[in-house]
Design a binder for this molecule. Sequence first.
Ligand code: SF4
Ligand code: SF4
Length: 160
Amino acid sequence: MKMFEAAKTILKQLFLKPATNIFPAKYAPASALSFLDRVARKEVKLHPPVTIPPRFRGKIAYDRENCTGCQQCYRVCPTQAIEWLPEEKRIRVVISRCCFCAQCVDVCPVNTLAMTEEFLLSSYDKYADELIVVDSGELPSSKKRKKSGDTAAEKPPEQS
Ligand code: SF4
Ligand code: SF4
């Protein structure tokens, strides 16, 4: 009887859509690295990921020009992902150490840090250039974290 139930479930699954998101390729490539090389050469396209939810915490962006060098982010970071550069009185963020808690973003008094929607961050080299954030240029206002009292727009939606 149990075998019959199992066979019924397996057969049913064959005709259902996959529950997982088929990303980054519709069918698993023989080599993920050569697939990504082909994406970089624009020979194939990534299969779209699921929609990123509001307030997603991806790779940090840093507006170096407008940073005041107050070091509050450096002090609050729980994983030592933020390094203080004394000569320049600026910071840099080592993304491979970051746990994406956004405490640095919350504490920055001048909104020069932000969480972006970038999540494709895997690399064989944890100190690769793309994983060290030194300057992302001026941050768009939509990316800046609202501080308390700014607006009610950042409040989580009311539960019904
Ligand atoms: S998000 Fe958290 S772990 Fe990452 S740099 Fe900021 S404070 Fe550090
Ligand atoms: S908290 Fe903001 S202003 Fe202060 S050092 Fe960090 S990024 Fe710069």
